[in-house]
Design a protein around this ligand. Sequence first.
Ligand code: ASP
Ligand code: CP
Length: 430
Amino acid sequence: MSVAQQVFLRDAMRRLNLTRDVFATRIGVKRRALDTWLLPEGSQEFRAMPEVVNRFVTEIVENEALLQKYAQSAQSGPLRDRIAAEGKHQLISVDQFTRESVEEFCRVADQMQPIARRQKVSRVLEGAVLGNLFFEASTRTRVSFGAAFCRLGGSVCDTTGFTFSSMAKGESIYDTSRVMSGYVDAMVIRHPDEGSVAEFARATNIPVVNGGDGPGEHPSQALLDLYTILNEFSRLGKLLDGAHIALAGDLKYGRTVHSLMKLLSLYRGLKFTLISPVGLEMPEYILQQVGKHGHVIEQTHSLEEGVVGADVVYATRVQKERFAAEELEGINLDFQVNKAIIDRCGKPDVIVMHPLPRDSREGANDLSTDLNHDPRLAIFRQTDNGIPVRMAIFAVLLGVEELVQHSLRDVTWSPPSHIGPDDSVFHGMD
Ligand code: ASP
Ligand code: CP
């Protein structure tokens, strides 16, 4: 089956830590043939992989797995137990992951792709209810977590803002969390205070997912960002080990870059270039944590200098909602990633990412719209990846990841082959 074929090949490359070129050579096929086997089923150039290749790759991966088994004897049991937070099946911080567990997580996300791409449906979470509690503005995180739960067969109840929750009447986090636990089977929470989601999590035994806690963390965003980088690198024939990652913008209050830098640091030999306006540098505690892994970390206030040589340029928005008005006055906000800078200073195969939302109003300063038709801009491939990644989070935390594969049925409707007018093939270029 074609989707299983893509999942199988991606998984094999990731397990063997090989680029597409090296993998093609390792299994003795032309790179072009491998590319056609990795294309989505809807693509005209898609080809089915010969059975003999399947058997050969399986053999190589199994041999590798045997070798790794002895090296990683500590890794055992279900993934949700290995990433548990204080013994609970909750996702509060990227610190819960190791490189092995995050790669295993990416394999679960790959298995969700047929559902995310609207080729298959599953009802493994039928009867389960998700509580989405968002006390800060959100489009992507709230809707994609809800859609991910629904696509696994569950249903969603939500509340948005303080005004429409009884927190407006002074109810505590403890009481709110305990009450909600009686109504729903999992909760996703976004709240303006750092550490607040961990407080919700302590008041319940049901799975809690951090949808963003003030300037603290945004772990599901970091997981989908990592998943996007791995997929983009696979297409470009690059490995994440040894890559050069530039993070630009408000690194002080941007929770996405806090989580992403820590998660990426699980890989080997990275170079981070941290580009920020004066006063919005990456917090010291993150530099120290990442520094322990031996990565190179450079800091600059010049966007033009910082993007030179980077494999990924990850732009972010100034988190104006976290500043007192007078604090913003001294900050240089003229800090926009745009086509001119990427053409002049970026590598030809750089990937430009952004967690979104970007401010698209006149005079805005994070990511220009003039890269919209440029294949180096990965922002919508990034948002699309939010669905399989968030489905994987629920599947893992609720312990149903092994059941999904056996629960798949064909969709009954006809989705468009390209979801965005600029998509070259469905879900990007892979
Ligand atoms: N949406 C992301 C967040 O909530 C990034 C942003 O808002 O700038 O952290
Ligand atoms: N990336 C992100 O968290 O987007 P929202 O704020 O729209 O949820």
